[in-house]
Design a protein around this ligand. Structure first.
Ligand code: UDX
Length: 496
């Protein structure tokens, strides 16, 4: 949809992404969607992770938050794992208030003189501190939630699920602390609504049981979120996100109605603010424009020569990290599956390694013969390639949507956060993928790859995936749900 021809006074929208790849992509795509619907765009960004800005000459960029020495610590964190991301989110929420207020105040004053009113602020849902700043300036704030509706509902239910005993045995299931202890203290010290004391848990649940209140999920999916219950610092971040989303003027979702009809009904009940499902965003504008890493394209000559649906594309997203022994299992399973592959291995993806130096002896002989390894790929193009037969993914929401849109079946290996929720949804509800749910074990890996790539089962999965791809296309056409919802969003923002 493009309403840019409409004769209305130009209005400016200010957008503020969380500075990590999986959050930058959808926010910049949304900015492009709004721009092509007649809005002027300002992007607030940290200098940290801002390599993409030169690809958007039609936007105004304003750096923010980097001057505070505490926030400078962010660049030391990097963005290699869940801990770095969560710590970054905490730091910025903690110290961002004053900088954002000053920046927006100046922009609001200037916009009055420029006859181009700023109508709203759109921020990532994880920027929970921005709600009170926007309120104090009487500027409506709309939230962009970059993951699924289902995942938001689960995150909103963490305290309830904890009270019901679903987190009870989680502490024994993983001992990795994903937030470092200094930050943990910051979060807990600033907690004005102290957590309820844990311990009201009713019973220990069987990990294979379904969660009664959210039957899509199994109990073990909750443990894989790597939250240790409502007293966990990550749970505090999520609780703040949920509260401040409720206080906002609306939610934009990178999803579409036909994908999450039941969840949408619940969202309407539990979050009675306007909701706009206008996705998948990358169907309007590709993610590659906001890539922080330079994609390797050298493998395309090889990929072009491969038979249709014969190559397994493997990528575990922008922030997950793997243990060395798991990496060995993946390599062995892949080798014995005898399938062709294109494997994205980010630098630092394997803990304690620079890159792929830990591969088992002989594995590199396969690379060249039946596979390629790259540091970063133009993912959307790979998924759209006729040779790509399946996607072994960490089930990040952007990757999930990109796969759905190309009708590519998935193998799901989630790491943390929303990913186990997405994986369960893909395998048990949509049935367009297989969940590799018992961890990293070479025989199971080999078997699962063969199920999805060559065995009879793959036909049913592929058929459902193609059916879902068709539904996406319909939703984006005139009269389709996403198309209409975008029209409503444009109208809503214009009316603010
Ligand atoms: C994480 C969460 O898991 C996700 O659900 C949340 O919404 C954002 O943070 P991330 O690990 O970044 O996400 O994965 P994902 O959401 O899949 O996003 C990765 C993005 O990087 C995708 O748009 C993908 O196309 C892109 N990508 C990935 C590349 O362009 N090249 C690659 O080689 C790998």
């Amino acid at each position: 949809m493009d309403n840019s021809g409409c004769r209305r006074r130009r209005q400016r929208v200010v957008l503020f992404p969380i500075p990590f790849q999986g959050h930058i992509n959808p926010m910049l795509q949304l900015a492009n969607i709004l721009h092509s619907n007649g809005f002027s765009i300002t992007i607030l960004h940290t200098n940290f992770n801002s390599a993409y800005t030169s690809n958007y000459p039609h936007f105004t960029f304003r750096p923010i938050l980097d001057n505070d020495p505490k926030i400078n610590n962010l660049s030391k964190l990097g963005s290699r794992g869940a801990g770095d991301i969560l710590s970054g989110v905490v730091l910025l929420n903690q110290y961002g208030d004053e900088s954002l207020r000053q920046e927006l105040d100046q922009m609001l004053m200037a916009s009055k003189q420029e006859q181009e009113p700023i109508v709203c602020l759109i921020t990532d849902a994880l920027w929970y501190f921005t709600q009170s700043v926007a309120d104090s300036l009487k500027l409506p704030r709309i939230v962009l939630r970059t993951s699924s509706l289902l995942c938001f509902l689960v995150f909103a239910s963490v305290p309830f699920l904890d009270d019901q005993g679903y987190f009870k045995q989680v502490n024994s299931l993983f001992d990795e602390e994903i937030i470092d202890s200094d930050l943990k203290n910051i979060i807990l010290a600033s907690d004005e609504n102290k957590f309820k004391k844990a311990g009201s848990s009713k019973s220990v649940k069987d990990l294979e049981e379904r969660v009664l209140e959210i039957p899509v999920l199994k109990v073990k999916d909750i443990s894989k979120m790597k939250i240790k219950g409502q007293t966990d610092p990550s749970a505090k971040i999520l609780a703040n996100m949920v509260t401040q989303t409720k206080a906002s003027s609306g939610i934009i979702w990178n999803s579409f109605k036909e994908l999450e009809e039941l969840e949408l009904e619940k969202i309407h009940k539990e979050f009675p603010i306007p909701s706009f499902l206008i996705g998948p965003f990358h169907k309007y504008f590709p993610a590659s424009f906001s890539s922080l890493l330079k994609p390797d394209r050298s493998f395309f000559t090889w990929l072009d020569e491969q038979a249709p649906n014969s190559v397994l594309y493997i990528s575990f997203g922008s922030a997950s990290q793997m243990e060395k022994q798991d990496f060995m299992e993946v390599a062995h399973g892949l080798a014995s599956s005898k399938q062709k592959f294109l494997w994205v291995m980010r630098e630092g993806f394997v803990k304690g390694s620079e890159w792929i130096e830990g591969l088992p002896d002989g594995f590199l002989d396969l690379v060249g013969e039946r596979g390629r390894i790259v540091k970063w790929a133009p993912q959307q193009e790979v998924l759209a390639h006729r040779a790509t037969g399946a996607f072994w993914t960490h089930s990040g929401w952007n990757s999930t949507l990109e796969s759905i849109c190309e009708g590519v079946p998935m193998i799901c290996s989630p790491f943390w956060g929303d990913q186990p929720i997405n994986a369960r949804f893909i395998s048990d509800v949509l049935k367009v993928g297989v969940y590799l749910e018992n961890g990293w074990e070479r025989e199971e890996i080999e078997g699962t790859i063969r199920r999805v790539m060559v065995e009879e089962e793959r036909e049913g999965i592929r058929e459902r995936a193609m059916c879902l791809k068709e539904k996406v296309n319909v939703s984006l056409m005139k009269g389709g749900s996403s198309y209409e919802s975008l029209g409503s969003l444009v109208g809503y923002i214009s009316s603010l």
